[in-house]
Design a protein around this ligand. Structure first.
Ligand code: CAA
Length: 712
């Protein structure tokens, strides 16, 4: 796990624990053993600490967090760091890749730090629901400014080598072989005294207005953390470095705060999210006997996107950003040019933000190939259709693509819920037809829900999963059903939120409860953002609209139905784009929602007209009624094999729908609440709202609940 080699009078201590050299117990003891050998070897004048393979240690071994015996096994990470710092021979951290969390703490225990110019350092612990508990919160403010330390630790965002140098975190940035540079640096400091290089002996950088800085930062952290406790506790731990008279006392406080976080449900949820995010790449479709281990992707060297609207432009931007020449196809010049302008806007914005250089921007323009001619698509490897949600139009497009594209080209649809098999059926290559459901804005949002149909081949599945990864997105492979995983569950959530309006809530009350739960915005704000016309058209296609605002208006196909969003949309209140929706935005395109008396009166009048006695509904009920039907649908999705595992559903919601990470996703949250409790509440609401069949608990949930009860 760690190896020591001698180069002249320099001992090179290399951590060898692929893939990311995480600091598991064997690695920790390996480092200490090697260090001891170096310290007693009279030839050794200095030591280089580095990582084998792709990176310097990327942190503690997160998989050990569930087994405290392993995680705390001596030497623990602080003991390792103190052993390094205590060395009488200078130790140089030679960083390449990502020195994260415990990895950066290890480096800060060394007497010097050099980094390769493409390296990164950071403290991502906050995203795991914990803090840099290996002395990171005490060391970082001793080497850098308090605001930098606070920002890095509370946000979890890593910094580049150049930034690390300017912030005083490293001593030198180098180019080329990191071990060679480490050796020559170690030789140059071999005879320097190590005492002044021990960071734990340094004073913190405390400016005069340090308390003001903490107060301002505290307010900002509370405002942005949306119910997650780790950011605030991270701040408290950094504050301890300024309050406590000594490093040791600060360390003690850091340990206490770490314990608080470690034992919180939030840390478990966030660590679940970390592994779930990685587990979705290991896709499997048991019903077809295929999976990531056996199916091989084909390379995508060229692509086409049909439709230059918001989704099409975003998908095209994502494709050209990874160097794939992409045809953007429209039916007329006006629409095509609008799409091209949208993409130019994205590129221009990135140049303005310094994320893209002028020459990179130029290259992106050459990769973009606007066209009105399907004939241009003859040689492309994949086509992603991104026109509006109309099956007839989509089928026409798929038939046309089938006749033009080369036989092995993959034909994908960016539908958000329509039947993939219906589209596949109009082609002679149903095995190459698949769904790729991107989320708006498609060049930014992480999630791609990839949907296999009845006849989709393993190669097509592997290819879109591989393409999602290359697009730096998270692909989740799911089965075909109306709405797939995300929107099918979403439908329950939206529907129940509307019934809450009828019974006594106003939009801002529901949205507030959802924001307090941790969503970045409530469901009515979100609907205003995406546009009320989208849902309206969908319901129109399903024949749900137009029965008249009579008593029967509240039922469709034997199910309870709320026509309020239809009325709102018919008033031309389509959301942000028209300046009014559930809220008032002042002007078309406005973004700040204000309560609107017109809408609120309409809701109250509606309840009165239909004889619904309005009542005060508390946040607990709002959360249960919005989220439990969604969770129940998740269990049905698992039962039907549409999703293969709970993690797939959690990632869809965490990465596509703003589900708060500190609750781990809907399925993990259900387990934390207790399946028995969810099951009982579903039964309770089923009795009360028997006209909504979705309260019927999923068979799979019932089975799991009974199994758990039998185990007790
Ligand atoms: N512990 C355990 N396993 C880890 C790990 C860690 N710290 N970091 C990554 N892995 C595992 C992943 O689970 C994955 O395993 P599988 O192949 O079995 O799925 C594998 O290593 C490769 O990881 P990625 O797929 O994420 O690889 P990547 O190249 O895309 O990203 C990375 C590399 C940037 C290092 C990324 O893995 C990452 O961000 N890791 C987490 C870093 C982190 O959070 N460090 C802090 C840990 S907590 C800590 O250190 C507390 C403390 O103060 C002591």
């Amino acid at each position: 796990m760690a190896e020591l080699t001698l180069v002249d009078d320099v001992a090179v201590l290399k951590v060898k624990y692929p893939p990311v050299n995480a600091l598991g117990s064997a690695v920790r003891s390996g480092i200490v053993e090697c260090l001891q050998k170096a310290s007693v070897n009279p030839t050794v004048k200095s030591v280089v600490l580095c990582g084998d393979g792709r990176t310097f240690p990327a942190g503690a071994d997160i998989s050990e967090f569930n087994s405290p015996a392993k995680a705390n096994k001596s030497p623990n990470i602080i003991e390792v760091i103190h052993a390094i710092e205590a060395s009488e021979k200078p130790v140089v951290a030679a960083i390449h890749g990502t020195a994260l969390g415990g990895g950066l703490e290890l480096a800060l225990g060394c007497h010097y730090r050099i980094i390769r110019k493409d390296g990164m350092v950071g403290f991502p612990e906050v995203s795991l629901g914990i803090l840099p508990g290996g002395s990171g919160t005490q060391r970082l403010p001793r080497v850098t400014e308090v605001t930098d330390a606070l920002t890095m630790i509370t946000s979890g965002r890593p910094v580049s080598a150049k930034q690390a140098l300017s912030k005083g975190i490293v001593d030198k940035v180098v180019d080329g072989d990191i071990v060679k540079h480490g050796i020559s640096f170690a030789k140059s400091v071999a005879n320097q005294p190590v005492g002044p290089r021990r960071i734990s002996d340094w004073k913190v950088n405390a400016p005069q207005d340090v308390h003001k800085i903490f107060d301002e930062m505290r307010r900002s952290v509370i405002r942005t953390s949306r119910g997650a406790i780790a950011p605030l506790v991270c701040l408290q731990s950094v504050e301890a470095a300024f309050i406590c008279p000594t490093y040791q006392e600060g360390l003690q406080r850091e340990a206490e705060l770490m314990m608080t976080l470690m034992t919180s449900g939030q840390a478990r949820a966030q660590q679940h999210a970390f592994f779930a995010e990685r587990s979705v790449a290991k896709w499997e479709v048991p019903s077809k006997g295929v999976g990531y281990k056996t199916a091989k992707p084909v390379p995508i060297r060229s692509a086409a996107v049909i439709g230059a609207g918001t989704m099409g432009a975003g998908i095209t931007m994502a494709l050209i950003s990874i160097g794939i020449p992409t045809y953007l196809v429209e039916q007329n010049e006006k629409f095509l040019m609008r799409g091209v302008e949208t993409i130019k806007g994205y590129v221009g914005y990135n140049v303005q933000k310094g994320r893209t250089t002028a020459s990179q921007a130029q290259r992106l323009q050459t990769l973009l190939k606007p066209t009105l001619d399907y004939e241009d698509l003859r040689g492309v490897d994949i086509v992603i259709e991104a026109v509006f949600e109309n099956m007839k139009v989509k089928k026409e497009i798929f038939a046309r693509l089938d006749s033009v594209c080369k036989p092995d080209a993959i034909l994908a649809s960016n539908t958000s819920g329509l039947n993939i098999d219906e589209m596949a059926a109009v082609t002679k290559r149903p095995e190459s037809v698949i769904g790729m459901h991107f989320f708006a804005p498609a060049h930014v949002m992480k999630l791609v829900e990839n949907i296999y149909g009845e006849k989709t081949s393993a190669v097509a599945m592997a290819t879109v999963m591989d393409l999602s990864k290359k697009l730096k997105k998270i692909g989740v492979l799911v089965g075909n059903c109306h709405g797939f995983v995300g929107n099918r569950m979403m439908a329950r959530y939206v529907t129940e939120a509307l019934f809450l309006l009828e019974e006594g809530c106003l939009p801002h009350e529901i949205d507030q409860a959802l924001r307090d739960f941790g969503f970045p915005m409530g469901i009515f704000q979100a609907t205003d953002l995406s546009g009320l016309d989208i849902g309206y058209k969908g319901r129109q296609e399903q024949g749900l609209i137009g029965t008249g605002n009579t008593a029967s208006a509240r039922y469709r196909n034997g199910q309870r139905y709320c026509p309020l969003p239809d009325t709102i949309a018919e008033m031309g209140r389509l959301g942000q784009k028209s300046g009014k929706g559930w809220y008032n935005y002042g002007k078309p395109g406005g973004r700040i929602p204000e309560r609107d008396p017109e809408v609120e009166q309409l809701i109250v009048d509606f309840s009165n007209k239909h004889g619904i006695k309005r009542r005060k509904i508390y946040p607990d009920e709002i959360i249960e009624r919005c989220l439990y039907p969604l969770i129940n649908e998740g269990f049905k999705i698992l039962q039907e094999g549409i999703a293969n595992k709970m993690e797939d559903i959690d990632i869809v919601w965490l990465c596509g729908y703003g589900w708060p990470r500190h609750t781990g996703g809907p399925m993990f949250y259900a387990k934390q609440v207790g399946l028995q409790r969810i099951y009982e509440r579903l039964l309770h609401y089923q009795k009360t709202f028997h006209q909504s069949s979705y309260w019927q608990p999923a068979g799979f949930l019932k089975k799991m609940t009974l199994q758990l009860a039998n185990k007790l």
